[in-house]
Design a protein around this ligand. Structure first.
Ligand code: CUA
Length: 326
């Protein structure tokens, strides 16, 4: 798998392109200003050095006329600085307005993202509440389509930031922020919380998968289905389901179609379809999942998932059950 795209210099949608445009202008202006300032500085040093060599005791200013001219140069330079800053300010405001303007499109996909300690809850709503799909830490979107994001928070301030897609937008308790994204190139994009939120700040990444509208529809249809029930002939996974439903897991996690309805941790209905565990902390493999169940706090310090001590057979069965939740 190629590395996910994650750079403001590598835009994949109109929002990021606008930010890149602004960045290019700031960079260009800054280079010109830097070259001019350093050029004048070096020239001044050379001129002063030559003058000192010619006449070590001479006065710094030759005449009133030179003094006046220098004052004029400083004045012009000052005015040019103010004008440049004003132009950059106007361009910044223009970009800010462009990013904030909510484009309307009846075809837009609506996604709700809720910030938690320490994960991203992602919900695709449906008119029938039982058909809404919940997932975590992985946002799927159709390529080229407008996606409206509703950003909320339960107990923490995160900042939603996918550098190749969009600017930063905070998720704040007690407030609903809205923004939109559109990704024009299929691929995998990495997001990262951009607001220092506590112990887990560095481990708050988010994967965004932009796929064709057909792939996205199929994915969403599947996500809206209840979890796969292990076949009765699969003794290990059936045992795993019992371990899950009989243990502490149900207090925090939901698996649609079972009695597990906890809302404190990520929805696990289609857990195996996700690529990572712990908001991008480790890959979703049997080994990492086993380690995560036994001792999540050592993998992601500060995580609210407790260490779960289980007999080896039960652990094996539980991991097999979760690993089958495609
Ligand atoms: Cu959330 Cu940093």
């Amino acid at each position: 798998m190629t590395a996910p795209r994650m750079s403001v210099l590598d835009p994949a949608g109109p929002q990021a392109a606008e930010i890149k445009w602004l960045w290019d202008i700031f960079l260009g202006v800054s280079i010109v200003v830097w070259v001019l300032v350093v050029g004048f500085l070096v020239t001044a040093a050379i001129v002063a050095r030559r003058a000192r060599k010619r006449d070590p005791e001479g006065p710094l200013t030759k005449s009133l006329a030179t003094d006046k001219r220098r004052a004029q140069v400083v004045l012009v330079a000052g005015l040019a600085t103010v004008a440049t800053l004003l132009v950059l300010l106007v361009l910044s405001i223009h970009s800010g307005d462009t990013l904030a303007a909510l484009e309307d499109d009846p075809e837009a996909v609506h996604v709700r993202i809720v910030a938690h300690q320490w994960w991203w809850e992602i919900e695709y709503e449906h008119d029938e509440p039982t058909r809404s799909a919940g997932t975590a830490n992985e946002l799927h979107v159709p390529v080229g389509k407008l996606v409206h994001l509703e950003l909320l928070s339960g107990d923490v301030i995160h900042s939603f930031w996918v550098p190749s897609v969009h600017g930063k937008r905070d998720l704040i308790p007690g407030r609903t922020n809205r923004t939109w994204i559109r990704i024009d190139e299929p691929g995998v994009y990495r997001g990262q919380c951009a607001e220092f939120c506590g112990l887990e700040h560095a481990k708050m990444s988010l994967t965004v998968i932009a796929e064709s509208p057909e792939q996205f529809d199929a994915w969403l249809k599947h996500q809206r289905e209840p979890a796969q029930v292990p076949s009765p002939t699969d003794a290990v996974r059936s045992r795993g389901m019992q371990v899950f439903n009989g243990g502490p897991c149900v207090l925090c996690h939901t698996i649609a179609g079972t009695t597990a309805g906890g809302r404190l941790g990520p929805d696990l209905t289609h857990f195996a379809s996700r690529a990572t565990i712990g908001a991008g902390t480790v890959p979703n493999t049997v080994g990492h999942l086993t380690g995560w169940v036994i001792d999540a706090p050592s993998i992601k310090p500060g995580v609210h998932m407790p260490s779960i001590q289980l007999p080896a057979d039960d652990l094996h069965a539980l991991v097999a059950y979760l690993g089958g939740l495609q």
